[in-house]
Design a protein around this ligand. Structure first.
Ligand code: NDP
Length: 264
């Protein structure tokens, strides 16, 4: 199937590792030029160079903390200068939390509101004019299964990801007239380096290995009994970015090995 993505231009927040990096490689493999955003400058620049080398596309990395308005404003200016027009925006930067509602201070709520919701609002505001220049585009928001099925230890994560899904729906209604399709993706268990680091910390000094720990999490939760690789998830993003998914608008797609316990 020709995905008709060659020559498109994509901007991916949190594109230097994990899901975002896998999506960047998968799009670049289809001939898409790539801009990735993350805080760690050496890493984001090195990964962008690696994408260019591996796929022969234009690729650049921008150091930006997307929870900060001023960093997004600066990134939008750079992107507009380098790419005269953008086709794809993936709002993907984010991370889990751990707290109780009774104990978490306002500052923590505000930080994750900025990271998971306002970053998507601000990057969309910045990129949509560049998409209009190209006659349309695609915005994908990486939310989480936790937007619908909360995990007990991370109420701030659950709440802000649920807000991101609703933002996605509202934005899709507003932008479809511009030929811009907006959707959310709700992943389940995706085996990123972060999961491995957490597992290593939690199993330190015990007889359980990292693999055993992760295997138990997968078997206890996902009917498929395993984590997905970031690459498995990235294939789905590529399809949603392609004109081949032209009737996919304003939805949330679960990629979770069957973990969601309801029908949706
Ligand atoms: P990783 O921790 O592997 O990668 C996160 C990426 O986001 C990195 O590139 C990181 O780079 C960047 N990032 C983090 N904070 C910021 C910030 N403030 N500004 C700019 N960039 C930032 O995460 P995953 O790949 O696991 O997750 C990606 C998304 O998928 C997240 O939104 C997460 O909530 C969601 N998700 C993940 C699941 C999983 O099982 N892995 C399941 C469901 C959803 P740097 O540190 O340099 O800034």
């Amino acid at each position: 199937m020709d995905l008709e993505l060659k020559g498109k231009r994509a901007v991916i927040s949190g594109g230097s590792v994990g899901i975002g990096l896998a999506v960047a490689h998968a799009l670049a493999a289809e001939g898409v030029d790539i801009a990735i955003l993350a805080r760690d400058k050496p890493r984001v620049e090195a990964q962008a160079a690696g994408i260019a080398r591996a796929h022969g596309v234009r690729s650049f990395g921008l150091a930006a903390d997307v929870s900060k308005k001023e960093d997004i404003d600066a990134a939008v200016v750079r992107i507009a200068t380098i790419f005269d027009g953008v086709d794809i925006l993936i709002n993907n930067a984010g991370t889990g939390t751990s707290e109780t509602i009774m104990d978490a201070p306002d500052e923590k709520w505000n930080h994750f509101w900025d990271l998971h919701v306002m970053a998507a609002v601000r990057l969309s505001r910045g990129m949509v004019p560049l998409m209009r220049k190209r006659g349309g585009g695609v915005i994908l928001n990486t939310a989480s299964i936790c937007a619908k099925q909360p995990l007990g230890y991370e109420p701030i994560y659950n709440t802000t990801k649920a807000a991101l899904v609703m933002f996605s729906k509202c934005l899709s209604n507003e932008l479809i007239k511009d030929n811009i399709r907006v959707n959310a993706v709700n992943p389940g268990l995706i085996l990123t380096p972060d999961w491995k680091k957490t597992a290593a910390l939690l199993t330190q000094g015990s007889s359980t290995t990292v693999d055993q720990y992760l295997d138990k999490i997968a078997k206890d939760n996902a009917p498929i009994g395993r984590f997905a690789t970031p690459e498995e998830l990235a294939h789905f993003y590529v399809f949603l970015c392609s004109p081949r998914s032209s009737y996919c608008v304003g939805s949330s797609y679960y990629v979770d090995g069957g973990w969601l316990k309801t029908i949706d």
